[in-house]
Every structure is written in C-alpha cells, then in structure tokens.
Write a protein that binds this ligand. Structure first.
Ligand code: X2X
Length: 333
C-alpha cells in the first residue's frame, strides 16, 4: 500500500506492485490553495484538472482544492507551500516577489501591450528565466502560467484619466514592493493588503481604490463597493502554478507526469476562458452600474520614466532579466 503524507517519506518499495496500485483509492492526497472565488476560471479549470488527475491515476491521486483564501491569505499560503504543508499554490508573481525577487518582472508598469507579447514572453525565455529562479528557492513552477489578466484601476470616487487623477488616492495593491513602487511613482498613496482583505477595505473606505483584472472585479463582486473602472492595463498579471519542491520530488514519475499534464492543459484552457470573458465582462460590469473610461497610457509611462521607476527596477531585476523582458515588449526606458 502506497501512502503519501506531507512531511513523511514515501513508501517507495511498494511501488513495484502494480496490482496493489490498481486497487488503491486516493492514496495520495494533495492540497492546493488559492485566493479566488469558486466561480473564477482558475477554480473552474483546476477542478477539471483535479477530476482528470483522479481518473488518470485510477483514483490514486486526489487534488483537494481550497479556494477563496480558505487556508489564509497569500502570505500564509506562500509560507505553507514553502514548508510543504501546502502542495500547490497559485500566487500572482507580484506576491511571489517576497521570496523570488525577479518573479514579478512581467509586472513592470505598462510593459506588455497585448496578449501576443505576454504569451510569447511567458511561454518563452522570460518564463524560463523566472522558472529557474523559482526552482532555486525550493519550489517548482508548472510550465503553463495561468492568466489573471491586465490590471485596471477601480475607484469609488472618480475616474482616473491622467496620472494627476491618481494624486493622493488611497489605493490598495497586493503585498508587493513593485506594486507599491509603481503607484508611489504615480504619486498615489498605495497600501499593501492581501486579497482576502480587499472587499472589506473598500467597503469601509480604508482604501478608496484598488486595481485588478475585470474577471476578478466581477467574480469577487468588487462592483458592489467600487464605481469607476479606468482601463489602464498597467500590469499584465498571471498566476504561477507552483508546487512545493518537497511534494514535487516525492511524487513518483508517472504521477508527476499525469499531474503536470492535467494542470498545464487546464491552464491553457483557463487562458482561453479569460480571453472569452474579456469580450463580455465590461458590458456585464456596466450592467451592474460600473462606469468605464480608457486613459491614454503614454502619460503614465512618461510620469514613471521621469520618476526613475524604470531605471530603478532595471537595476533591481538585473540586466539579464530586463533584456529578456525588452526582447518581447520593446525598449522601456
Ligand atoms: O491580490 C490580487 O489583487 C490578485 C487576486 O490579483 C492577486 O492575486 C495578485
């Protein structure tokens, strides 16, 4: 009988008995935590991946999903996946930055112009560079990065048309030095909060603004506590499907192959879900009372450049990573 308990050694000698394996029922139980509501495509598709994994392993592997910050906020889940208490977590690269400083290179302000650039970079050399950095801290990045989307600013008070409109605005950003730096460089007043705290913080006006892709504004019902959406597209953000290195190493090869294939293929479908949602979500949010505007990005880019934002982050991320980013998005500063 093959057992799999986090923190314990695998019962390796028994793997040689396929007959035993065929009758095994959910002997390997894996925990996956995320910060999004059940209705978000990330959760819909990861449930599909879980079912596929169960089927393809004849019930031997169960991927148990804990959505919506059930296991704590991002910071908690990050330390859990590091220790091996959690087997999988899908942080935004912004959030992973506290552990892997180069991870959020994709989130440099106003870098990506469109999804063609995004997937070329993330499925290409930039993604490979980040994956190697993640591997070094004892986590394993699954190959396909899932889509969060282009981040947009929402406020309760007024639309943001120009950088001047951001002056002094209390805006929530993820727990992320890059997010803070971006909005400080735009003269706003950013505060880091875990996503689990965002709805209440907006409702009680601890902050008056936040920024997230439209599918999150919809599925997390932020339209209930925000009025204006300014389509700044200031950051492209993805969810990195990371495995605890301990878990990943301990999984038998055949299981690892099945798990990786199911998650990666569900990830590709999840990207398509977001692409499809992007065609309708604005109309849906308008129907719920939100008011949209589309600012000109150039003024924001100029403000950032003058504030030294690009120069500063080029130095922090390093020339090698920066050159890879610019290979896909063009020269930034
Ligand atoms: O916290 C956020 O804003 C979210 C949900 O987009 C991330 O996970 C970065």
């Amino acid at each position: 009988r093959r057992t799999f308990i986090a923190g314990a050694a695998a019962a390796a000698p028994l793997l040689a008995f396929p007959a035993i394996r065929a009758h095994a029922a959910s002997r390997i139980s894996l925990k996956y935590g995320n910060n999004l509501p059940l209705s978000h495509p990330l959760n819909v598709r990861s449930h599909e991946a879980a079912e596929r994994i169960k089927k393809e392993t004849n019930g031997e592997v169960e991927l148990n999903i804990f959505p919506n910050n059930q296991l704590g906020g991002d910071t908690d889940m990050l330390s859990q996946v590091r220790s091996g208490a959690l087997d999988f977590f899908t942080p935004s690269a912004l959030v992973l930055a506290t552990l892997v400083p180069v991870a959020p290179i994709n989130a440099v302000g106003f870098a990506f112009a469109n999804y063609e650039q995004v997937w070329a970079a993330m499925d290409g050399e930039l993604g490979a560079f980040v994956a190697a950095a993640i591997e070094k801290v004892g986590l394993h990045l699954l190959e396909k990065i899932w889509d969060n989307g282009f981040r947009q600013i929402t406020t309760s008070s007024k639309p943001v048309n120009t950088p001047a409109d951001l002056a002094g605005i209390k805006i929530r950003v993820p727990v992320s030095p890059l997010g803070i730096s971006l909005f400080q460089s735009l003269a706003a007043s950013p505060t880091s909060l875990q996503f689990s705290e965002v709805y209440t913080a907006l409702q009680t006006h601890v902050v008056d603004a936040q920024e997230n892709p439209l599918p999150i504004i919809q599925t997390a019902k932020l339209y209930e506590v925000q009025k204006y959406v300014s389509l700044t597209n200031h950051i492209w953000d993805g969810f990195l499907f990371v495995a605890s290195g301990k878990t990943w190493k301990r999984l038998p090869d055949d299981i690892r192959t099945i798990v990786a294939r199911a998650i990666n293929e569900s990830g590709v479908q999840q990207r398509q879900d977001i692409a499809k949602l992007n065609q309708s979500v604005q109309t849906d949010l308008q129907g719920l009372g939100m008011v949209f505007n589309k600012p000109e990005p150039q003024a924001f880019r100029d403000t950032l450049r003058k504030a030294g934002f690009y120069a500063q982050w080029k130095e922090k991320f390093g020339a090698e990573a920066w050159t890879l980013l610019e290979k896909y998005v063009g020269q930034l500063a």
